[in-house]
Design a protein around this ligand. Structure first.
Ligand SMILES: C[C@H](N)C(=O)N[C@H](CCC(=O)O)C(=O)O
Ligand SMILES: [Mg+2]
Length: 366
């Protein structure tokens, strides 16, 4: 199975409700879809969101990276040489992790199609059903409480509460949500870098002293502030998770060396795809550190790939934040992973199992 062409499309899907974090507000998913064509007629699918505030990637940079740096290395190559091709993708240029992820995901999809097996089985197999949390956007307290109750009524047993806007209000936000859903859902906080280390310790100790048990706190301080991450980790009982602080395996090794977090959030859009996500899971497992697998604002194309990784690496990926498809007003994908609110199931269709993507705009400019 030889690669003959790589094409792009733009996929726009409105969100059910605006997605608000300490870093940004978004109303719709607008992702680049990558289609890797082969001489056998098989097509591999990948997807890349332009999360400029986290990865630095924009629509233009994703297309440019694939068109001018990644694609020329792959045309004519054999999909059976997957590891070598993943290496070509990773070494094509610095950074640009979302572009690399989209192409790698499509290559892994084709690899599964080549061997007529679902990706998770080729990655080692596992229980085909996993459970995700859902994000509660940062907002007025009453709105966050109402959104949390609604999520619990939809069956979500784990809520990812966005904070990081104002330390005093954040504490009140968490207290109010905890009181509203206590005993019915676990609370994860994500400050998206919005606090200083001292603020984070103050907020978390205040919540702990009030008897509020949190499952974890994600990225309390600035991405590059590893000393701050360590400061928080050493001073609170709540497990601290690194998100924006870690992209690839080298950063994970450094984070572990510094003991700067308790848990690692793996996202394909930070790792540059599946190969490095697996490396990080293996490094974490060797050090006895748990991982979450997360996503950006992505649909069920790239999130499907993350699901296959989560299923195959469930020994170390013990937490799942793959709510992108649940945040969308509709699923544009026919076939593939089944997203049913908190329950996500892989099927035994080859690769990612994607048959068709509806509403794809293929006339996008460079
Ligand atoms: C969508 C997912 N639950 C999530 O919250 N991801 C964010 C970043 C998403 C974005 O801004 O596109 C995170 O974990 O920080
Ligand atoms: Mg996060």
């Amino acid at each position: 199975m030889k690669i003959t062409d790589i094409q792009f499309g733009m996929l726009r899907v409105p969100l059910k409700t605006p997605f608000k974090t300490a870093l940004r507000t978004v109303n719709q998913v607008e992702d680049i879809v990558v289609m890797v064509h082969t001489d056998t007629g098989h097509i591999g699918y990948g997807e890349a969101p332009a999360t400029a505030v986290i990865t630095g990637d924009t629509h233009g940079s994703i297309i440019d990276a694939i068109r001018h740096y990644i694609s020329p290395r792959l045309i004519g190559q054999d999909v059976a040489d997957l590891n070598r091709l993943a290496g070509l993708v990773q070494s094509s240029m610095e950074k640009n992790t979302s572009a690399k992820a989209a192409v790698e995901i499509a290559l892994y999809d084709l690899w599964g199609q080549l061997y007529k097996a679902p990706l998770y089985k080729l990655l080692g197999g596992g229980d085909p059903v996993i459970t995700t949390d859902i994000t509660i956007s940062v907002d007025y307290i009453d709105k966050m409480v109402a959104d949390s109750i609604s999520a619990v009524e939809r069956g979500f047993e784990s809520l990812k509460i966005k904070v990081g806007k104002d330390i005093g209000v954040d504490i009140e936000r968490v207290k109010a949500i905890y009181a509203a859903v206590e005993g019915r859902a676990l609370l994860r906080l994500d400050a998206n870098q919005g606090w200083t280390a001292k603020q984070a310790v103050y907020a978390l100790q205040t919540l702990e002293d009030a008897g509020i048990k949190l499952e974890l706190v994600e990225q309390p301080v600035k991405a590059r502030d590893l000393a701050g991450m360590r400061y928080v980790t050493e001073r609170v009982h709540t497990p601290v998770m690194a998100d924006e602080s870690v992209f690839g395996p080298m950063e994970v090794i450094e984070l572990i060396r510094l003991r700067a977090a308790d848990i690692i959030n793996i996202k394909l859009m930070k790792t540059g795809g599946i190969s490095n996500a697996i490396r990080i899971a293996d490094i974490a497992a060797m050090h006895g550190i748990e991982c979450m697998i997360g996503c950006m604002l992505e649909t069920s194309i790239s999130v499907a790939a993350a699901v296959h990784v989560a299923v195959a690496k469930a020994d170390v990926i013990t937490k799942v934040d793959l709510d992108g498809p649940s945040l969308c007003q509709f699923n544009p994908v026919d076939g593939g992973v089944i997203f049913n609110e908190s329950e996500i199931s892989v099927t035994d269709a080859p690769g990612l199992g994607i048959r068709e993507i509806r509403g794809l705009e293929t006339d996008i400019a460079a």
